[in-house]
Design a protein around this ligand. Structure first.
Ligand SMILES: *[C@@H]1O[C@H](CO)[C@@H](O)[C@H](O)[C@H]1NC(C)=O
Ligand SMILES: *[C@@H]1O[C@H](CO)[C@@H](O)[C@H](O)[C@H]1NC(C)=O
Ligand SMILES: *[C@@H]1O[C@H](CO)[C@@H](O)[C@H](O)[C@H]1NC(C)=O
Ligand SMILES: *[C@@H]1O[C@H](CO)[C@@H](O)[C@H](O)[C@H]1NC(C)=O
Ligand SMILES: *[C@@H]1O[C@H](CO)[C@@H](O)[C@H](O)[C@H]1NC(C)=O
Length: 372
């Protein structure tokens, strides 16, 4: 990780100290109306079943093929973060995010800061980032930034909020969360290709639920446009299955695979992070998948944000677990931030981001196969 930080999430504020449901009651745009649709798409997806022979997930019923192409509308909350200076190349995609409302995207802190990952963070210039939502194929993002073929919509980032405790120090990456506010909200479409992810703000026992999921090695899915193990970029959103692993196992395994690393082993911090192993041969997350959601259990609960792979050679190695920042315990920061920032909409519209643009070199492309 220290050598190739294709760091992929995290933040603990004060767990449940503040009643986040007060924010819900306060009436910000919490996507409750999407529950039914979500339930529907979940049924469709879980209707396809197959058993895994892989030792990571023996006998596990796979609802999704290994590293398969996502279907249109399968994950209508997943967005691609594009760095538009060099477009139109699919490698402009550098990270993934999740729509929480029609104007807020949750992604990884390390996708959105430059220089050292520690407080006070230097945040990337918002106008240098485009958010592509509602599209599974990056090639639908055309040279004209505002125009997308098919169902997709593009918005410019307007503001970026980094969890104040996001830090990468002594080989330990924690609170790897960042929120992006779009310049204008996305427009909800009747075709079902764009829907924020339902994400409960008020779950007093969320931490225990997620701890239990890790102990029970719960089945999960994640998705992204990242590179494959050979360094090829994909224009089509890919999804893969994983199982959560217990915290103790994660800690030991990550220490073991990175113990000989120059600069010392990577540290797994179980309060902030969870780890998961791919269910199929060679299946891992990789460069460019950072910030994507980890959805676990039969109700596909949003439990983590893709953060990093231990060591410098974890892409494509399914024996190495991947680390996700855990959302439980961070609900308050996320929703309070969204609430606060939504309140001041009319005032913030006057903020003008006129600073120079920056280039984020998160994605290391070995072979650039698909260039427009
Ligand atoms: C977590 O697991 C323990 C032991 O199986 C159980 O007693 C507890 O009710 C579970 N907690 C939750 C919130 O599911
Ligand atoms: C995967 O990682 C393990 C642990 O670092 C290593 O022993 C093994 O050789 C790697 N496998 C491949 C195919 O690189
Ligand atoms: C990756 O890490 C291993 C073990 O620490 C080290 O021997 C190797 O030189 C590193 N490779 C690169 C490309 O940095
Ligand atoms: C899925 O994994 C199996 C082995 O587990 C492999 O034979 C097959 O080629 C993989 N399919 C794809 C599309 O990668
Ligand atoms: C929201 O705004 C209030 C009042 O300005 C402030 O005290 C609080 O820290 C803010 N919360 C977040 C998460 O930014």
């Amino acid at each position: 990780m220290s050598v190739t930080p294709f760091i992929l999430l995290a933040l603990i504020y004060k767990i449940c100290e503040v009643q986040s449901h007060e924010y819900y009651k306060a009436g910000f745009d919490y996507p409750y109306e999407f529950l039914d649709d979500e339930e529907r798409s979940f049924r469709e997806e879980f209707g396809r079943e197959k058993r895994s022979n892989h030792p990571n997930c023996p006998g596990e019923i796979l609802r999704i093929n290994n590293g398969s192409a996502a279907r249109e509308n399968q994950f209508p909350f997943v967005v691609a973060l594009m760095r538009w200076e060099t477009y139109p190349k699919i490698t402009d995609q550098f990270c993934v995010g999740t729509l929480l409302t029609l104007s807020f995207v949750l992604s990884a802190c390390h996708c959105l800061v430059e220089g050292e990952i520690k407080y006070p963070h230097t945040v990337v210039e918002p106008p240098s980032i485009d958010i592509l939502a509602g599209a599974v194929d990056l090639l639908s993002y055309t040279q004209d930034r505002k125009k997308v073929e098919g169902c997709g919509q593009v918005r410019e980032a307007w503001d970026i909020f980094i969890h104040p405790k996001c830090s990468y120090q002594n080989n330990e990456l924690v609170k790897d969360f960042g929120l992006i506010k779009t310049k204008t909200p996305f427009i909800s479409t009747p075709q079902g290709c764009m829907k924020p992810k339902h994400f409960p703000a008020d779950q007093p026992d969320h931490r225990e639920v997620v701890n239990n999921m890790t102990e029970n090695e719960e089945f999960c899915v994640t998705m992204g446009w990242g590179l494959d193990a050979e360094g090829f970029a994909s224009s089509w959103l890919k999804t893969m299955s994983m199982t959560l692993k217990p915290a103790k196992w994660c800690k030991e395994k990550i220490l073991d695979v990175t113990k000989d690393q120059v600069g010392g082993p990577d540290i797994f911090q179980s309060d902030a992070n969870i780890c998961a192993l791919g269910c199929e041969e060679g299946e891992t997350i990789c460069m460019g998948d950072s910030g994507g959601p980890l959805l676990c259990g039969p109700s596909r609960e949003f439990v983590g944000v893709a953060s990093f792979g231990p060591g410098n050679a974890s892409c494509g190695n399914d024996t190495i677990p991947f680390v996700f920042g855990r959302i439980d315990g961070h609900e308050y920061w996320i929703w309070a931030k969204i609430h606060n920032e939504s309140k001041h909409d009319s005032a913030s519209i006057l903020n003008f981001h006129a600073r120079s643009m920056v280039i984020m070199a998160m994605v290391l492309v070995i072979k650039d196969t698909l260039i427009l």
